[in-house]
Design a protein around this ligand. Sequence first.
Ligand code: SF4
Length: 59
Amino acid sequence: MPPGRFGLCDRCAHQRLVRTSRSVFSMCGRHADGDRRYPKYPPVPVGRCVGFQERTAPD
Ligand code: SF4
């Protein structure tokens, strides 16, 4: 998978990558934690997001 495919989410602390045998999906952890203002699978690449939080540690 090319780096940066999911846009802003690729640098966000809330991104959760869901891997299947055939593909990788970018899930929003804010949704998974119960915040329904954010879609579970945002349309990518994400360009702007008010919930973005820079990731500080490598995943
Ligand atoms: S909070 Fe926004 S930038 Fe972060 S993973 Fe969710 S949709 Fe992507």
